[in-house]
Design a protein around this ligand. Structure first.
Ligand code: LMR
Length: 394
């Protein structure tokens, strides 16, 4: 049997992680995988997470299974974080999943069950695992224009034009904030125009929100997803806690299905639980419990939000410094977009050859499409990157 297996294409982001690990140079700079690092290069455990874990260790009395779709208090806490009070609780079905990727996978499987002919529309570009999972599931997909390679901003007209050609019932995958890999995001005005188009064309949004709190703040980053929840009859949301709670390896995610009434929601809830059962049975609970404890305790929540805000402000400062130094060295405004982008990533706009030259000559690791993780920078490495960018002629 095993001899029939074909080697699968390597995931570019994970392959880069491995290459970075193997590089012996101690001057190397990791701008690859989307993991937050502080100025010392460490991915810290957030204070509120440590405190909640201690409390949990004291108070937990059983490791027996949770509900099949996870626990209701986790659903409530996450619904509050992502949607606030924009939709009635009785209209939101939810299932805890292993990370945000688990939510994307379960959401796609739900679409496949409900609407097998639907095409999934993806932004060009998007997180590479989106098309990879869709292809693996054998679903139809198409791309909509999103990023303007010249301005490194949004190609909003292209986006609207392409989505206008989708057929009723198609699904549009949108990044809730902090677009991965480009860092270019919709304004609230643009979210409204997208919402109007989705409604008029009867398209169903599926929002992937993995960086809430990393862009313009916890509330501002949820503006788009909340606007859609208010205006669309149906939608799916996949949310991740990996980044904003820093609980990457604990695999904390949630899939939410927003419908118009309690009867549809009851069926959605059963379907989500069924999908969990088929794929992995019960979801992991430790991280979800910690997140629930933080979001339900005003003191822990305030401490978490404050630390998250420090992280966000730190990344913004790095963006501004990098943009400023590049503008100065290049004697041009063409790197202004770095300060405009939000979230962990920006697409620099370098060719694969230039990306390779920066890796070879300076030990700078970024994804081949020139996506860089801003959080991988610090005061000392910004000038190294600036030199490399100028040298490569970007
Ligand atoms: C990334 O885009 O680097 C992160 O979301 C990590 C991953 O799983 O790819």
């Amino acid at each position: 049997m095993f001899e029939t297996l074909q080697a699968q294409p390597a995931d570019k982001i994970l392959a880069l992680m491995a290459a970075y690990k193997e590089d012996p140079r101690d001057t190397k700079i990791d701008l690859g995988v989307g993991v937050y690092k502080n100025a010392a290069g460490v991915t810290p455990i957030m204070r509120a997470v440590k405190t909640a874990e201690k409390q949990l260790w004291e108070a937990e009395t059983t490791k027996s299974y949770t509900g099949l779709a996870g626990e209701a208090d986790f659903h409530d806490a996450m619904r509050g974080l992502v949607l606030n009070a924009t939709v009635r609780a009785e209209c939101v079905a939810a299932a805890a999943t292993p990370g945000g990727t688990g939510a994307i996978r379960q959401g796609l499987e739900l679409i496949q069950m409900a609407s097998p002919d639907a095409t999934i529309w993806l932004s060009a570009p998007t997180w590479p695992n989106h098309p990879s999972i869709i292809r693996y599931l054998g679903m139809k997909m198409a791309e909509y224009r999103y990023f303007d390679a010249d301005t490194r901003g949004l190609d909003f007209n292209g986006m609207l034009t392409d989505l206008s050609s989708a057929k009723p019932g198609d699904v549009v995958l949108l990044h809730g904030c902090c677009h991965n890999p480009t860092g270019a995001n919709l304004t609230s005005q643009q979210w409204q125009e997208v919402a109007d188009l989705l409604l008029s064309k009867q398209l169903i949004p599926f929002v992937d929100i993995a960086y809430q709190g990393f862009g313009d703040g916890l509330e501002a980053d949820a503006w788009g997803v909340r606007h859609l929840a208010k205006t669309q009859p149906e939608m799916l949301i996949g949310a991740s806690c990996s980044k904003n709670f820093g609980v990457y390896r604990d695999r904390v995610g949630i899939l939410m299905a927003v419908a118009q009434d309690a009867a549809k929601t009851a069926l959605n809830q059963k379907t989500l639980a069924f999908l969990n059962r088929q794929n992995f049975s019960f979801p992991p609970d430790h991280g979800a419990r910690v997140v629930t404890m933080i979001l339900s305790d005003p003191v822990l929540k305030a401490d978490w939000a404050a630390e998250l805000e420090e992280v966000r402000a730190g990344m913004l400062k790095l963006r501004q410094k990098l943009s400023q130094q590049l503008r100065f060295r290049a004697k041009s405004d063409r790197f202004g977009f770095l300060a405009e982008h939000r979230g962990m990533f920006s697409r620099l706009g370098a060719s694969p050859e230039q990306v390779e030259a920066m890796r070879k000559n300076h030990g700078i690791y970024m994804v081949g499409d020139s996506r860089m993780n801003i959080a991988g920078l610090n005061e000392a490495s910004i000038p190294v990157l600036v030199d490399a960018v100028i040298e490569a002629g970007i």
